[in-house]
Ligand binder design. Structure first.
Ligand code: FEO
Length: 405
């Protein structure tokens, strides 16, 4: 059975949800599924925008066929060739062998690397700013390198303001029938997963995301974008400023909120107890926008996501093999890989002999851009004791003062 939805009077969503995938990119846990979005424009010519992961290929093809209703498929625009969107291309080529592909030169290279062996006579390679007219609709193509791969472009329908934005403005979570962001409570149900998607998948490429936003503003005018049609997650047709503002914060590494994320690494509960004491002391100072995480029991994608949300971070880690506790070290490496910057950090090292984690975490943080490390770093030997109260009070005071700056 087909399962498509209308986006405009002649544009259809033909994607599909996947609730069975456990790990996106075989790394990031999915507890609410994911959608693979593709779109068909029914103009004088028919145009498919992207395809879908092979896991949902049958539903995707069924949807395309149902929308075409016996017409042939004339064009396929490929904005992004990562296999979660390109894996079903071969099936499209087999079913509609006359279809002409519109894409970037780099996409052709990558598609051939993936083994699609495209017929050059059936590929229309577009340059930055090129347009193609399909009848009533004229589509402009803008390159968007590294959002999230080097071959990426976005496609803008100059006729009705639809932006096919590739991975940009995407999100984890399956649609479950509700295609539009205004059909859900986005703040409550989607924002955390949208942030987790952006920060972990595209977070490294903030400058490139800003370049795309600035390019779109210059080339088409942000006010002329009426629909955002990403490759994952809901379509935006209202309140576009809301999601563009979120993206601007994330892409410029600007915190969304003043608040404190406390991440602890604890083997036997002593560092955990110290982190809890600090959280209570912060609350006693009126600082309640805090989140406390056990680094061992929290997938790093969630830590990265909240790290992009909050202004302040406390890292409390036990020393392990004279180094940083491995899951905490992994978190620090991920922060670096994803280019995290512009945060204030407080440190608490711990250990029973030769506690070095505080010093070592500082060294890792100093490799990041524009990270302010508070001076009142403290070290816990085996367990926090009443004797340490002045130190932990100083740490809480220092965090509070920094939040109130
Ligand atoms: Fe959803 Fe970069 O692929």
């Amino acid at each position: 059975m087909y399962n498509y939805r209308m986006v405009t009077d002649d544009l259809y969503w033909v994607g599909a949800d996947d609730h069975r995938l456990a790990l996106f990119e075989n790394i990031h846990p999915l507890y609410h599924g994911v959608s693979y979005n593709a779109y068909v424009l029914m103009d004088e010519k028919t145009v498919l925008f992207d395809s879908a992961d092979w896991a949902v290929g049958r539903q995707f093809i069924t949807n395309v066929k149902a929308v075409l209703a016996g017409r042939s498929l004339d064009y396929m625009v490929i904005n992004h060739v990562e296999p979660d969107h390109a894996a079903s291309i071969e099936e499209i080529l087999l079913r509609w062998p006359d279809v002409k592909i519109i894409t970037t030169p780099k996409a052709v290279t990558l598609l051939n690397q993936f083994g699609f062996n495209l017929d050059p006579n059936k590929v229309d390679v577009v340059k930055e700013g090129d347009t193609r007219c399909f009848g009533r609709h004229t589509i402009a193509f803008l390159y968007a390198p590294m959002v999230h791969w080097p071959e990426v472009m976005v496609s803008f329908d100059t006729t009705n303001g639809v932006l096919f934005s590739a991975d940009a403005f995407g999100s984890f979570r399956a649609l479950d029938g509700k295609l539009f962001a205004d059909e859900v409570n986005f703040d409550r149900e989607w924002l955390d997963e949208a942030r987790r998607y952006y920060t972990n998948i595209v977070g490294k490429y903030g400058p490139q995301v800003m370049a795309l936003l600035n390019k779109a503003a210059g080339a088409v005018g942000l006010e002329n974008i009426k629909f955002l049609c990403p490759l994952h997650g809901p379509v935006w047709r209202k309140d576009l400023d809301y999601i563009i503002d979120k993206y601007t914060h994330w892409a410029t590494y600007k915190p969304e909120e003043k608040g404190v994320m406390i991440v602890y690494a604890s083997m036997y509960g002593n560092t955990e107890a110290a982190a809890e004491v600090l959280a209570a002391k912060l609350a006693a100072r009126g600082i309640t926008n805090t989140r406390l995480y056990d680094v061992s029991g929290t997938h790093v994608s969630y830590l990265i996501s909240d790290m992009f949300k909050y202004s302040h971070l406390v890292l409390a880690s036990v020393t392990y093999n004279l180094g940083i506790f491995p899951p905490m070290h992994n978190f620090l490496m991920d922060m670096k890989a994803l280019n995290l910057q512009n945060r204030t950090v407080a440190l608490m090292g711990s250990g029973s002999w030769a506690p070095r984690s505080g010093v070592l975490m500082r060294e890792e943080l100093e490799k990041l851009k524009n990270i302010r490390i508070l001076d009142d770093e403290m070290t816990v030997t085996s367990s926090l004791k009443v004797d340490n109260e002045s130190e932990i009070n100083a740490l809480a005071d220092s965090i509070a003062a920094s939040l109130n700056e």
